[in-house]
Design a protein around this ligand. Sequence first.
Ligand SMILES: [Zn+2]
Length: 407
Amino acid sequence: MAVACRLCHSTAGEKFLDLGTVPLANALLAPGAAAEEARFPLGLWFCESCFLVQLTDVVVPEKLFANYVYVSSISQQWLKKCEQYASRIRTRLGLDDRSQVVEIGSNDGCLLRFFQRDNIPVLGVEPATDIAREAIENGVPTETVFFGAKTAGRLSETHAADLIVANNVFAHAPDLHDFVQGLAILLKPGGTITVEVPHLQRMLEELQFDTIYHEHVYYFSLHSIEAALSRYGLAVYDAEAIPSHGGSLRIYAAHQSARFDASPNIEAIRRAELEAGLAHLETYRRFAAAVHITIGKLRRFFSQAAVERKRIVGYSAAAKGVTLLNCVDPGPAALDYVVDLSPRKQGLRLPGTHSMIYSPERVFATKPDYLLLLAWNLREEIMEQMKDVRSWGCKFVVPVPEPTILA
Ligand SMILES: [Zn+2]
């Protein structure tokens, strides 16, 4: 249980959400693995001083990433977004073959390859050994290490960065101070850091409680990310809302000493956050109450389906699906199985429900009644890919903000 904010050390705050004890969302089970996996408390705490939302209990990274299976380039839509981002930021910052791009949490190198295509030198930093090896085999230079001040100090001698990309890793750093300090060390005096984080405001407004899992230590607003960056002399000079992961913020930061002109977008987002109540504990209490109502509705969806002998297949073995299923806890027979495009995940089982993971093709052989879109953030892409399931009357179901059966 957190007693003080991990960023500003204030003790003024409250645990506002308790999702019980759940298994680690990315710890997929190999065949023959122990039937009972470890469970950890999952709850959120709001700091009334810096407005940072954080986990009450943090699991050490060595446990978290032990069975990490996530390959980002599997989604064509995702790859297209990577390409667009690389092209825009290259133009905006005027990057060329004398520049250095470093990506923290570079995964299999799918984003960095778009910079390499333009002859821009890159370096990936990726702690997951298997995925880092894949990146290296694909020709993307990658350091297999957790990022922090010490790593940054070593890398800054050879790879001081004109651009640091930190997409969807900020929330994962248990030691936020060490992480931000590392960014400040590795960044050249006139360099830019772009950070993408799921936006807390969207999570609250759309009841995206399934984005809360042990890997996500922090849930950022523009307010709290500015609070984190400013401690190490970094300042946000632009920000924009982007659709990734159900609604994210992309922020552009630099050394305060570089004195970039601040975009009017910053003030607009700050104001919208305050209007949405992000500075008030009451907003978080209301969110928690609404989450528990949605969990109740999901339980009723599963029990109703069981009464009607409808068969449900889950789409995606991603962390948010595992989190949703474990918070709802519909029982081991609630889902026939789940499907996922990643061959790395097929043949494994979900933690908690122990549902088997198969290739999406299996759906066409077993003809279930419902396809539950656990990866609701990719719903358009999945519904297009799976549209033929409608031929036998199978319906798509979106779980949040409340379970909805799509006609
Ligand atoms: Zn704080």
